[in-house]
Design a protein. Sequence first.
Length: 155
Amino acid sequence: GLRRPPRALVVALCLHFVIQLGMPLRRLAYPGETAWSEEGFRFAWQVMLVEKTGTLSFRVRDPATGRQRIIDAESILSPLQAKQVPFQADMVLELAHMIAAEERRKGREVEVRADAYVAYNGRGHARLIDPDVDLAKVEDGLAPKAWILPAPSRR
């Protein structure tokens, strides 16, 4: 007759199926429209239902001198990155951290704020990230991100 499969195999298969079902459903743990914020969005089933474009620049301010400069993301990213980063808040945060780290290497502590405008699924461009938040001080994590603005209303 049939033999029972090894316990380790059963556990491994169960774990595999829990992950396969859990990863796409984790977006339900985040508030708001996850197609906009992309929190819990990667590996979700709806990922192919979203069309996005965006623009991104950073305001880099030295609080010691008050001097501010604008960095256009296209000037520091490859063409493919420049198309993808503006509408992915976690990548915007990572780039802001890279800019701040580069300034620290030069001996300057700076504030880094993002001007990220995103259009998705036929809606007009809207601000993705709170322009008053110093992203250089924001830590990334799995908790909902208060610095991502709510999705624009459907018009």
